[in-house]
Structure formats: structure tokens, C-alpha cells
Write a protein that binds this ligand. Sequence first.
Ligand SMILES: *Cc1c(COP(=O)(O)O)cnc(C)c1O
Length: 423
Amino acid sequence: MDATTADTTAARSATPSRAWAEIDLAALRGNVRALRERAAGAALMAVVKADAYGHGLLPCARAARQAGADWLGTATPEEALALRAAGVGGPVLCWLWTPGGPWREAIEADVDVSVSGMWALREVTDAARAAGRPARVQLKSDTGLGRNGCQPADWPELTAAARAAETEGLIRVTGLWSHFACADEPGHPSVAAQLTAFHEALATAEAAGLRPEVRHMANSPATLTLPEAYFDLVRTGVAMYGISPVPQVGGPADFGLRPVMTLAAHLAHVKRVPGGHGVSYGHSYVTPGETTLALVPLGYADGIPRHASGAGPVLVAGKLRTVAGRVAMDQFVVDLGGDSARVGERAVLFGTGEHGEPTAEDWARAAGTIAYEIVTRIGARVPRLYRDDPEGAGGPGGGGGPEGRSDEPVAGTAYPHPEQGRR
Ligand SMILES: *Cc1c(COP(=O)(O)O)cnc(C)c1O
């Protein structure tokens, strides 16, 4: 048995029997490079909050760094500290703080913290005093999103107090930043208004004596559509995972991006049933005639939206099918009509779309939501398999070629990541 055979055997035996999400780290790296090229004058922050939008925090953070991401961004401090605990270095910003948060741990871990108000500035300066070293602080301005961030009326007080704390040696103001409300609707009047407000906020901060390392505002949609918003840094999340945040403008391929997650399962049951047979809870679907039903062992506990009942698309036995009846907690059914499939055959819920399978965007449309939510909700019960082909070809032993129609579990180079146990 040569090495390739051994690897393939290992990959197969490691493939979960029920369902899995394959995460293509080479695609993620390609996306990071494409985004860096697009915003060439700016640094890039890879946003890895929410377990990297469901793709897995550490493997994605490391792959993003390998591809040149200058910064990593998280929502919660716990997410940022998890990066540090795993040995991930380099600049990291976390922005969603609450009173009593782990300010001192963040300071000691060299994590940048975001401050939107005086209460947070007080807590972080207290923590810096206790730690005996300055905190790296980024001040967030609310330029119109109306969520986190400091209102323009309170900004002069916050920036002046931050400057005073800087002079005292308690903090270093490393960044000034804001976030868009409607960057995914290019031309929305709030976009230009927020840019103007941000320029004003920067001028006020600079007049207070602040000289940050980075000023930033752009999320994925602004990075793809609004160069005026680049400033020193762009913060890309969903685009890095190969999903277009502006599907009405273009799909991933139009922006040089490739979806990273493929969600698949093995059919748990296939059977003939007579016409007039109710399917799943509530019998919202009744077979129109004698037919073959296939059972997909994924449900809303795995993050499959119940709102996609009767609507979600699935590739089974070489054709696109639709969820028949309700999505249950652990399973749903598809009607194969006159076709058949083998029990254990692969069903693909979404992937790149390159092999006839649906995309996360298709599921978003079916469920009345956005593709961000589709991938991020995929639950912890679904193991992630990390595929990490060498750049370029399909990779040695990768089986090559399109695999979407194959019923092999996961071809070739997919393997469980060393961090699999975390999930
Ligand atoms: C989630 C988030 C981002 C990334 O948004 P995408 O649209 O996924 O690129 C950027 N900045 C902040 C503050 C965020 O919360």
C-alpha cells in the first residue's frame, strides 16, 4: 500500500457516517489573497467571530494569516483570548464588550479592545493600572448604524478622555473605527452620510491629539463595492468565506471568491411509498403518486432552517431536489420522484455550486434569510472536515476532478483537523 492509498483510507475511515461540513482552507486562502489585492492600499483584518462564521475559529484564523491577513477580528473578548491561548500571534481586535469583561486578560494577551463609551474607557484604564502596562484601545464611532459606537455628541468627551489616558501612559489609542448599516445596498444614502460622519469623527479625534495606527470602516460589502471606505484597513468576514454580501450585484465568482464550506450528509433511508402518503410533521407535503423518498439526516438542530421547509434545495442522485414537508430537529425528507438512490449515498445541501450542488445563497433565498446566517448556524453536532490542498491543482491523492456527484464521502485529501476534538 503506497502513501496515497494510506492517506485516502485514513480520510475515508475518518469521514463521519451521518453528515459533515467540509471546509476548504485553500479556498479561504485564495479569498484572502483576492481581497488583499482588491484593497491593495489597505491592511486586511480577517473577521473570525462566531467560530469563523461556523467554519472553525483556529483553522480559519491560521489559514487567513498564512494568506497574509494582517489583523484578526472577533466580536467577543473570549474569542480573541481563544486565539491567543492557541498560540495565534499578531494584531487582534475584539469589539463586543460588556461591563466586567476580561479587560486585564486582553491587555496581558496584547489584544486590542474597542471602546464605545466612557464606562468602557474607565474599565480599561483601571485594568491597565492593575496590569501595570498600557492597553491597546480602538475608539468606535457611531456614524449612523445606531448599534455600538459613540454618538457624535459624546465623541469629543470620549476622544479627549482617551487622549488624557494616553498621556498618562494607561492606554495607547491604536485605532479609530466605525461600521456601516447599508453597505450591502450600494448607493443607499446612508453610505455617503456615514463616510462624511466618519471623516468628521477622525478630524475631531486628531484635533484631540490622537494619532492612531489604523482608521477603518469597510466590511465585506464595502470592500467589494466602495474603495472610498478603505482607509487604512478593511475588515472582511463573509467574503473571506466565499459568500457574496451583495448577491444582487454579483456572485462569489464575480469577485474572484470561492465558497469555503460544503455541507453534505449520507442518506439514512430510501423507500418506496404509495401516492397520497403524508411526509414529515404536519403532513404539509403529501406524495402526488407512488414515489421514492430519501431521508437526509440533518435538521434544525444542525442549523438547517425550519423556514426552508418545502423549499430548501439538495443535490441527491445527480439532480436538484427540494425538501419535502417540514424540516425536523434531526432530519428531513426529499422526494426523488421516479428516480432512486442508494441508502448511504451522498446528499449535498450546499457547496461551491460548481458541481451542480446548491449554494448557501440558494438556501438563504429558500429560507428568507442571508447566506451569512446559513453557514454561521451550522451546529456543533456537524463535524468540520478540513481540506487543505496544496495551492493550484486538486492536490496529490485528491481524487481530482469534480466530486460533487460522487457518492464517496469526502474524496482524497479531506481529513479531520487536529483541532477536530474541540467541536
Ligand atoms: C461582522 C463584522 C464585520 C465583518 O462583516 P462582513 O460583512 O461579514 O464582512 C466587520 N466589522 C464588524 C464590526 C462586524 O461586526
